[in-house]
Design a protein around this ligand. Structure first.
Ligand code: ZN
Length: 147
């Protein structure tokens, strides 16, 4: 199995059984995100306490890339300080939009999504959850849209 197949397998697995796919009643931030280009929709629940992401989960419907990305993102973020979450997004965004070399130490499992940069129409699918997260961290209440 080559690396590309392995990445593909991880994405399919997270799409089939997304992690943290639930509603949280205790989250102190809740925000919706939309990617009209593809029809991806997400509701993100974030429990932020003293600058630490105590819990993060999501609901929604969308394509395999958007679901896998939200699943991988929520897995990566749990227990992470807010500042590190913002840095991780900045790097992830640079990898998929500016061809930055992926740093696997920063990205961890999220590295499997680096390949979407080859498919410009899917980049918004991969970044929707992250844009929604950023808005939640900023305590915004407006629906996030990738358009
Ligand atoms: Zn999509």
């Amino acid at each position: 199995m080559n690396l590309q197949d392995l990445y593909q397998e991880v994405i399919l697995d997270h799409n089939r059984s997304p992690r943290n796919f639930r509603i949280s009643e205790s989250a102190n931030r809740r925000i919706n995100g939309n990617n009209p280009l593809c029809g991806d929709k997400i509701t993100l629940f974030l429990d932020l306490q003293d600058g630490i992401i105590k819990d993060v989960c999501f609901q929604g419907s969308g394509c395999a890339i958007s679901t896998a990305s939200a699943s991988l993102m929520t897995d990566a973020l749990k227990g992470m300080p807010e500042a590190k979450a913002r840095e991780t997004f900045k790097h992830f965004h640079a990898v998929v939009t500016e061809n930055a070399e992926p740093n696997s130490e920063t990205l961890g499992k999220l590295t499997v999504l680096a390949g979407v940069k080859e498919f410009p129409s899917r980049v918004k699918c991969a970044t929707l959850a992250w844009h929604t997260l950023e808005a939640a961290l900023n305590d915004s209440h407006d629906t996030v849209t990738t358009e």
